[in-house]
Design a protein around this ligand. Structure first.
Ligand code: SF4
Length: 713
């Protein structure tokens, strides 16, 4: 399969002519949640070659990010020494000195401003072991409630919707391979052809067998070009789309009444709600033609195997939780969740976005997806941690709320950042930079001098991906092994070592071995801490993962085979029945007006990943996608007098960004698009809105009001 831009996209070793390679180290890709399987081969001279490995998710394919991932291991600007800021400059120092600076600042700030004045911001790319260790470090060593992670900006709306309707949050609660046997797949706000190209293999097989692919997206993306039906929805109106589809399902008598009566609660209020969302009204709100809505509703109600998946396009809104909820309501009315071959899921973005939100680095959670305010959960985890339950702090602020209050009275004053780069990835990023600059101490642990590390007072060089063992949990809830293939450079330490060392400097009253540094020991403790929780890893060990290739949670004991499919018999709610939740459409937090007449939406491109800290260091990826752009409709460009490639200034209420115009026939005339991987003057997140979803606290990355200006004008 070749990508639209002709670059290496999703290809197998045979297609590349790679031929058989010697036995290497089986592991998984360092980037997205598809966690494609690969084998790393290390030559005697130390160079590393990537070989794609067959696995049910990637089926022997990798995208260009995976193929080129080994280049990260020899990046010339790899950090190999801690840095501390002296007279305004970051200068190399020893680990003892750097850790001493951090420990002294933490002690001083906690004495003066309280324990919560020290915060931790983690990342969805960290292994399960690191996510668990950071959560425990915050609650046990710092005794601070101030911890959250960048998955708040990625999966929190999907998680909140799954929890309140299905009683559990496992992004895709069935094997991804089900896609290939579906009759109908509806993707809402998901551009998998660019973000996860090997996933497309399942969709291609589905279509080859006669299935139908429907994609709702404001842009005619690479994924839309593979689809049978495109719903060009106005940014911020997916919720109305879902209500309108359920209206038609009800009107057509296509509700699975037996399923609704036997397995769910609360449909009456939802049935009443959607009565007011007739197709012509939905067309006015969403821009999707009523006849297309009717066609899609008929396809969804066809009685075959139907899968509905969302991603960030539907979720990163101030009403993302309600939008995903409305789509789950639609699926429940059709009787899809729990039916073999059908179902609803959310496509997790970051490499360990799923596991990263299960084991305690989320502000309100304990390991095993337990709630921090649940007395029974606190008691269980406190026993594993060897501390009194009452010593565990309560839930803290969400990621953006923590950043928004940095350096203020009551806010965090020392922040430890692990595996994330908010200077590029946070919404309203100019404001976030100002808040980071107001800290007493900013500590960044990263393999590279990211844009956030450039602002730090202390930078700690850490191991990456192929230099360390660990586990991740992929987008289907399958726990898999990452393995060390090479030795980390001298001077580099693991985040686990850092947590261990800081805990020892800060506390002399903790149980012996409270913060193990061996990943397998951390995992075994994580498994015990998760026992009995929704995300139960108690029956998972490194040995079992090595023998099986991966196990789905929940896996409560060592004889348990894992749970590939959820909801076959029961849902995760107390009474085992799914809950319809009555939600209604509302406009985005910020709408267009005369000063800001266009909608900005943001997203990713094939050759870059998230804030670009990794992928902007890989030559082939930079050659493929060297700079950002502003995609705008031809009629908008003509009105402005802008031609292809000319710099355009995008202005929102929060800032400006300048990037070359990409004039397109593939975007709505009321919408412009920017990828968000780059820093500086072209940073898309200088523009984005920090309006938060009231339930998930997810920022509204996907829609804000902007105007365009010619830079020369
Ligand atoms: Fe697979 Fe994602 Fe890695 Fe590409 S970036 S190879 S899709 S895991």
């Amino acid at each position: 399969m070749k990508p639209a831009d002709g670059s290496i996209d999703d290809v197998t070793p045979d297609e590349l002519g790679a031929g058989p390679l010697t036995v290497g180290t089986p592991t998984h890709c360092p980037y997205c949640a598809l966690q494609c399987a690969m084998t790393l081969h290390v030559s005697p001279a130390g160079s590393v070659t990537v070989e794609a490995r067959d696995f049910p998710t990637n089926r022997g394919g990798l995208c260009q990010k995976g193929w080129t991932s080994a280049e990260l291991l020899t990046a010339p600007d790899r950090l190999t020494s801690p840095l501390v800021r002296v007279s305004g400059e970051l200068v190399a120092t020893t680990w003892d000195d750097a850790l001493g600076v951090i420990a002294r600042a933490i002690r001083a700030v906690q004495v003066t401003h309280g324990r919560d004045a020290v915060g931790v911001l983690g990342g969805g790319g960290l292994t399960n072991e690191k996510a668990y260790a950071l959560g425990k470090f915050a609650r046990v060593a710092l005794q601070s409630r101030s911890i959250d992670y960048n998955g708040r900006w990625c999966m929190s709306s999907a998680a909140a919707a799954g929890n309140r309707t299905l009683g559990v949050d496992r992004g895709i609660p069935f094997p991804l391979s089900d896609l290939a046997t579906a009759d109908v797949v509806l993707l809402v706000g998901a551009n998998v052809a660019e973000t996860m190209p090997p996933l497309v293999r399942h969709l291609v097989d589905m279509r080859a067998a006669g299935g139908t692919l429907i994609v709702a997206d404001p842009r005619e993306t690479a994924t839309v070009r593979l689809a049978d039906v495109h719903l060009p929805v106005t940014p911020g109106t997916d919720l109305a789309l879902a209500l309108g589809l359920l209206h038609l399902v009800v009107a057509d008598g296509a509700v699975d009444e037996e399923y609704v009566a036997g397995r769910t609660n609360g449909f009456d209020a939802v049935r009443e709600r959607v009565a007011g969302w007739w197709p012509e009204r939905v067309e006015r709100v969403t821009g999707v033609a009523a006849e297309d809505l009717r066609r899609v509703a008929r396809l969804l109600a066809s009685g075959g195997r139907v899968v509905v998946l969302t991603a960030r396009g539907a979720e990163q809104h101030s009403k993302g939780t309600d939008t995903v909820t409305a789509l789950i309501d639609l699926c429940l009315a059709l009787g899809l969740p729990g039916r073999v071959g059908s179902g609803f899921g959310c496509i997790t973005g970051q490499g360990n976005g799923q596991g990263g939100r299960e084991h305690g680095q989320k502000n309100d959670q304990l390991p095993g997806y337990r709630k921090l305010d649940d007395p029974a959960a606190r008691a269980h985890v406190a026993v594993v941690w060897g501390v009194p339950p009452e010593s565990l702090p309560g839930p803290g602020p969400s990621a953006y709320e923590m950043l928004d209050a940095l350096g203020t009275d009551g806010g965090v004053r020392v922040l430890l950042v692990h595996g994330t780069n908010p200077v590029v990835s946070a919404p309203n990023a100019r404001h976030v930079v100002q808040r980071l600059e107001a800290l007493d101490l900013l500590v960044v642990a990263d393999p590279f001098l990211s844009e956030t590390a450039l602002l730090a007072d202390v930078v700690l060089p850490v191991t990456q991906w192929a230099e360390e063992d660990g586990t991740t949990t992929n987008l289907e809830g399958r726990v898999i092994r990452r393995r060390a293939a090479v030795v980390a450079p001298d001077g580099v330490r693991s985040d686990l070592d850092i947590v261990n060392a800081l805990a020892a400097l800060l506390r002399d009253d903790l149980p012996v071995g409270a913060f193990p540094t061996e990943p397998e020991a951390v995992f075994d403790e994580l498994a015990r801490a998760s026992a009995g929780g929704p995300a139960d890893y108690a029956g998972i060990t490194y040995d079992r993962l090595d023998r099986t290739g991966g196990l789905y949670w929940p896996c409560p004991d060592l004889d348990h085979p894992g749970t590939p499919r959820l909801f076959a018999e029961t849902f995760g709610t107390p009474d085992g029945r799914a809950r319809f939740v009555d939600v209604d459409h509302r406009p985005p937090a910020e709408d267009v007006d005369d000063d800001y007449p266009l909608l900005l939406t943001t997203g990713r491109v094939l050759a870059q990943y998230q804030s670009g800290t990794q992928t902007r260091r890989v030559r082939a990826l930079n050659d493929a996608a060297p700079r950002p752009f502003v995609e705008l409709a031809r009629v908008v460009a003509d009105d402005l007098g802008v031609v292809e490639g000319e710099d355009v200034r995008v202005v929102s209420r929060r800032g400006t960004s300048v990037a070359p115009a990409r004039v397109s026939e593939a975007i709505r005339t009321d919408t412009v698009f920017m990828p968000f991987h780059w820093p500086g003057d072209a940073r898309a997140n200088s523009l984005t809105s920090d309006a938060l979803d009231p339930i998930s606290r997810m920022p509204e990355f996907k829609v804000c009001a902007v105007r365009l200006e010619r830079v020369g004008a």
